[in-house]
Ligand binder design. Structure first.
Ligand SMILES: [Zn+2]
Length: 190
């Protein structure tokens, strides 16, 4: 009849050890995160007109972006109609700038304009996009750019559906889609 168990001391040491390991891990993760932040905010040397992404040079953008995204976002090119990956995307989520990640449009404002480009009735926030007059190609159009990084997005026309009557005609290549909830959900609510 032995009531003594020798396992307890062992267990608590193991718990303590794993606790210390977790702390160490967290510390190293935190310092890694700091490192990334430092690296990211490094090129804030001289001129910084609109924050870090607004001050990137053409060469920096060229090295950051795939060639097709670079041509659209930084050179104002237009992707061929009906070519965009997001044209028929009906998933719920947000459309962010492919250059800087700023939230630009919501899936709830997307509609099928039959134009060949993803179309929205309004931006996610009024201040998310900037407007300017584009007189290229013998037309007078209102160009839309990302207010955060200046990347070219597309044009806006006033022949859209209610409630705004606006049609924000946007290149798929200017956008990155983030589904609601992070992962791709295949909930068919229809
Ligand atoms: Zn941007």
């Amino acid at each position: 009849m032995r009531g003594r168990r020798s396992g307890n001391g062992h267990d608590s040491r193991a718990v303590e050890l794993s606790g210390r390991l977790t702390t160490l891990l967290e510390q190293s993760r935190a310092s890694q995160a700091r490192l990334w932040v430092e690296m990211d905010s490094k090129p804030s040397t001289s001129s910084e007109p609109d924050g870090p992404s607004g001050s990137r040079t053409e060469a920096q953008w060229r090295s950051m972006l795939p060639p097709d995204r670079f041509q659209v976002l930084r050179k104002g090119a237009t992707e061929p109609p009906f070519s965009g990956a997001l044209l028929h995307n009906d998933s719920e989520g947000t459309y962010c700038c492919a250059g800087c990640g700023a939230v630009l449009f919501h899936s709830s404002d997307k509609f099928d304009s039959h134009s060949g480009w993803p179309s929205f009735t309004r931006p996610a926030l009024a201040q998310a996009v900037a407007y300017s007059t584009d007189r290229s190609q013998g037309m007078v159009r209102t160009e839309i750019t990302c207010a955060s990084c200046g990347g070219h997005l597309g044009h806006v026309f006033d022949d859209g559906p209610p409630p705004t009557s606006q049609r924000y005609c946007i290149n798929s290549l200017s956008l990155e889609f983030r589904p609601t909830g992070g992962a791709d959900r295949s909930n068919s609510a229809s």
